[in-house]
Design a protein around this ligand. Sequence first.
Ligand code: COA
Length: 342
Amino acid sequence: MAGVGAWLPPRVVTNDDLARHLDTSDEWIRSRTGIARRHLVDPGTATAILATEAGVMALKSAGCGDVDSVIVATTTPERLCPATAPQVAARLGLAGIAAHDVSAVCTGFLYGLATAAGQIATGVAERVLLIGAEAFSTIINPADRETAVIFGDGAGAVVLRAGAADEPGAVGPCVLGSDGDLSDLIMVPAGGSGQRASGLAAHPDDYYFQMRGRDVYRHAVERTTEAAGAALERAGWRAEDVDRLVPHQANARICAAIAERLGIPPERQASNIERVGNTAAASIPLLLTEDSARGRLVRGDRVLLAAFGGGLTWGAATLTWPELGTVASNMPGLGDQPVGVG
Ligand code: COA
């Protein structure tokens, strides 16, 4: 890993803002999810813009102008077809290179990480720009209080390059899994080939994201903990070796339960859900950017990434933290932060 960057849309929406048109409250949202506010896109801003902005930041952090491949992990592609990544590559002035999307909802960044590592291992690319980008609010039903309070928009990106397995920044084992028998726990029912957009959906709400939150909760804790344990085992690490747990920010209670089961104390857990909500595929690179800029991730730190999402999908990976000259973002209170670490 040679660079990290992030970009959040400027508009901030608080719990009180949501409570003006939804039957909910700041107290309910904070106590059940840990979320206080989120950043949401304005009409006209979609995933390619978020992804490009984050990509620019990560390239700046890596100190390089180009890469050989762009991977965009997203739940909210610009269009059903084609993928968003070629558009992002072109916006970055990199038309001609390999570019494709990864679709694994909130686990997308980890599926993308494994894909990027594979491209480097097979010689497809020397350097890969991996972006997790979500304009998640574009698929949320504004009248559905069970989902409208949880998700936020944003993008985070990393640059990966070929390197030695023992140098800081090396990505370790990746563990991935899925269970399609539970695909209807998290879904947008209509608009795909299963319920075609050419006819009218059975119900207008079928074009929106739907989630069976209570069932998701249980599977999220179990599956993420298992995947994280398997990644630790393959890396030959114990829980006490982990300097930083970076879990997908599904819900603060889910993250706390996973950390507790793994035996990783709160001071070693990365968290941003209070400020940005659940940003799906963007949450892990957003956390990496923020923690690196704040000096909570320093050279040589042993990092455990873990995620869970629709599909169902889940995954975990280990890495050691690299020496980064700069961490670039527009995140409030962060700006472009030079980090003097090591
Ligand atoms: N405001 C107020 N009340 C709400 C509400 C909201 N925004 N959303 C749901 N409720 C109500 C429910 O209708 C229910 O009312 P009832 O008891 O009268 O039926 C009550 O709150 C409790 O609902 P429940 O679903 O049991 O709450 P919960 O504690 O499980 O929290 C979630 C709900 C969605 C926050 C929680 O299940 C969750 O986080 N699930 C995982 C979601 C997730 O991470 N998804 C992404 C995966 S990557």
